[in-house]
Write a new protein. Structure first.
Ligand code: AMP
Length: 329
């Protein structure tokens, strides 16, 4: 099995204890290989891995640079990913090249420890717009899809995912308030002391009885594997004197990036390019939070209530296309 995530990430415990429990060998992926898809491929080959567990951005990057070839991966029996949506075209790219491997999607927030649900893809999707389910609960875990009154929604309806069972952590370190807000009494037995975790993820139960992930209730996105609150970027943007107003939205891409972070802004005075603003934001934010697409506007689109229309912004950024990130088949 590959050991890909750093040790401070709960996902790494899956690799370590999973290998020990199965009597398998654990091969730690050298961190410097992460940005070199062909190096990752030769690591899989050299180590004769049977299980490759990585994240969608890595899988997309390897696909994009043509590093996935059946010839080199004869030993590989299973490919696993977790942490964000794997674009279906990337999955198809992998599955077509590795017809003998099984492909498993793991889903789960850190708060409920490693994975809470899983789905092993039945067959290579014939339609690249088909969504890959997050599947069924792992042993000892429960998935509940509830409305805002904590009542279960009907099959096929969209609700927020709550997780119960053995994976729940006690709460956030020294943050009772945040813990109380996210870990709520189990609505089916409010006095039992059992709790469920409010994920902030929108899901629905398909006709196939599998759970499908649809997006976030808030503005949290995953970009290049990082969990990012767009609001935090906007907050940093708002501190810049040269900006009159600005907004940050996430746009799904099919490439390595996952969600592209897009920023539109209105300069206060003079001429300011996206590059100028990016330079200023570099002092305030870690590199992975810096927007990758920019637009200078004379005013931001507003909705009927006078609020920034993020949806319109998102759509216009999405319409720009994703020319640089297409996956070849
Ligand atoms: P983290 O705690 O950093 O692992 O992030 C957890 C969040 O990542 C979840 O609440 C989901 O929004 C997202 N996530 C994790 N796994 C998946 C998956 N397999 N498919 C889609 N989203 C996922």
């Amino acid at each position: 099995l590959s050991g890909h995530p750093p040790f401070h990430f709960d996902l790494s415990t899956f690799d370590i204890y999973g290998s020990l429990a199965a009597g398998a060998e654990l091969h730690l992926v050298p961190p410097e290989a992460n940005l070199l898809p062909h190096e990752l491929a030769s690591f899989i080959r050299r180590s004769e891995l049977t299980q490759w567990f990585s994240v969608p951005s890595t899988m997309a990057y390897m696909a994009k640079l043509g590093a996935v070839t059946a010839a080199g991966f004869e030993t590989l029996e299973r490919v696993i990913w977790c942490g964000e949506v794997l674009p279906t075209p990337v999955l198809v790219h992998w599955m077509q090249r590795l017809p003998n491997a099984r492909f498993t999607n793991l889903y789960g927030p850190t708060e409920t420890t490693i994975a809470s649900s899983y789905y092993t893809v039945a067959e290579c999707p014939s339609d690249e717009t088909e969504a890959i389910p997050i599947g069924k609960p792992c042993a000892g875990e429960e998935l509940l899809i509830l409305d805002e009154h904590l009542t279960p929604v009907g099959q096929g309806e969209i609700g927020e995912l709550y997780i119960g069972g053995v994976g729940l952590t006690r709460g956030y370190w020294r943050d009772e308030e945040k813990t109380m807000a996210a870990f709520v009494p189990d609505p089916r037995a409010p006095n039992s002391g059992r709790r469920v975790y409010k994920t902030g993820d929108l899901c629905r139960l398909g006709e196939d009885d599998l759970v499908y992930f649809l997006g976030r209730t808030d503005t949290q996105v995953k970009s290049r594997g990082y969990r990012i609150e767009l609001g935090e970027i906007e907050a940093a943007l708002a501190t810049l004197e040269d900006i009159r107003e600005g907004a940050v939205v996430g746009v799904e891409t099919e490439g390595f990036e996952g969600v592209a972070i897009c920023c539109a802004f209105v300069p206060a005075t003079g001429e300011q390019s996206g590059n100028d603003v990016r330079q200023q934001l570099r002092n305030l934010l870690p590199p992975y939070m810096l927007p990758s697409r920019w637009r200078v506007m004379s005013s931001l689109p507003k909705n009927a209530n006078g609020k920034i229309d993020r949806r319109a912004l998102r759509e216009s950024f999405a319409a720009e296309g994703d020319r640089n990130h297409t996956v070849t088949r």
